[in-house]
Design a protein around this ligand. Structure first.
Ligand SMILES: Nc1ncnc2c1ncn2[C@@H]1O[C@H](COP(=O)(O)OP(=O)(O)OP(=O)(O)O)[C@@H](O)[C@H]1O
Ligand SMILES: [Mg+2]
Length: 252
């Protein structure tokens, strides 16, 4: 069964049909990339999947379960994590604390017992820290773990935001333009992180990306969008050579 499926998903803003009739499937363990010119509807599609926006029509299925109408925090608890096109982190907190916040949706709801430092709470706290330390190691953030996010270079902040998403132990992570604002060397590093997320953590990755070299390096399949609609889906080389895709970029 596909891990993620959308069926004729649609959303308009005023007269703009930002996403129209988008149907796609993402298989478990896949790295699936969405490309398309500015304004194609890529981020809106992420916002529909992660339930930031309501769909006007269509369905989103996660592992066969209809999540089209469930609230965003439920989607997170069901195993979908994401990053944002503009980094969203707590600037005044350390890297470690930002990653611990990422575990929020894994915390048990036990407000009263949290008042007491019980043995169970202590065990849960240790488990959270272990998980976060594992992510710090995976993303090579050791040197920055106690640094305030606001003091970090932009490229490092992008990695921290991915770490925050991974801290939730998702089954599926949505990355909105992970390489934007990065230099060539950082972009190449990013391609390694993306593959490590899939290979070492077993997390399925859907990303939106403009850097075609990165797209080619990491993607199992690519979906091209234009003006809210799907143009083509296929292997990276096939999509980049597709006349409709080339036209969409030149037209935009
Ligand atoms: N909250 C909103 N209110 C009004 N219009 C919106 C809103 N969100 C998106 N849109 C419009 O929907 C269309 C698709 O926008 P979206 O951000 O999804 O594009 P994108 O493919 O992510 O573009 P980019 O590559 O620039 O990030 C655009 O015309 C945009 O202006
Ligand atoms: Mg966008």
């Amino acid at each position: 069964m596909s891990l993620l499926q959308t069926h004729r998903l649609a959303r308009s803003f005023g007269g703009i049909r930002a996403v129209r009739d988008v149907s796609l499937t993402v298989e478990p363990g896949e790295i699936f990339t969405i490309i398309g010119p500015n304004g194609a509807g890529k981020t809106t599609l992420f916002n529909l999947i992660s339930r930031v926006y309501d769909a006007d029509a269509g369905q989103v299925l996660l592992d066969g379960q209809d999540i089209t109408r469930v609230p965003p925090h439920r989607v997170a608890a069901l195993g979908v994590a994401r990053t944002f096109q503009n980094i969203e982190l707590f600037e005044r907190s350390t890297v470690l604390d930002n990653l611990l916040v990422g575990r929020h949706c894994r915390a048990r709801a036990a407000p009263l017992s949290e008042l007491f430092f019980t043995r169970a709470n202590r065990r849960a706290e240790v488990a959270h820290r272990d998980k976060v330390e594992q992510i710090i190691e995976l993303l090579d953030l050791q040197a920055h773990r106690d640094t305030t996010v606001g003091a970090l270079a932009y490229g490092v902040r992008k990695v921290v935001e991915i770490g925050r998403a991974l801290a939730a132990e998702p089954r599926l992570v949505l990355l909105d333009e992970p390489s934007s604002g990065l230099n060539a060397e950082e972009t190449e590093d990013m391609s390694f992180w993306i593959r490590d997320i899939r290979d070492d953590l077993g997390i399925t990755v859907v990303l939106i990306e403009h850097d075609m070299r990165l797209v080619d390096l990491v993607s199992d399949r690519v979906l091209a969008m234009d003006r809210g609609a799907v143009l083509a889906v296929g292997a990276p080389a096939q999509i980049m050579a597709d006349a409709r895709v080339v036209d969409a970029y030149l037209g935009g």
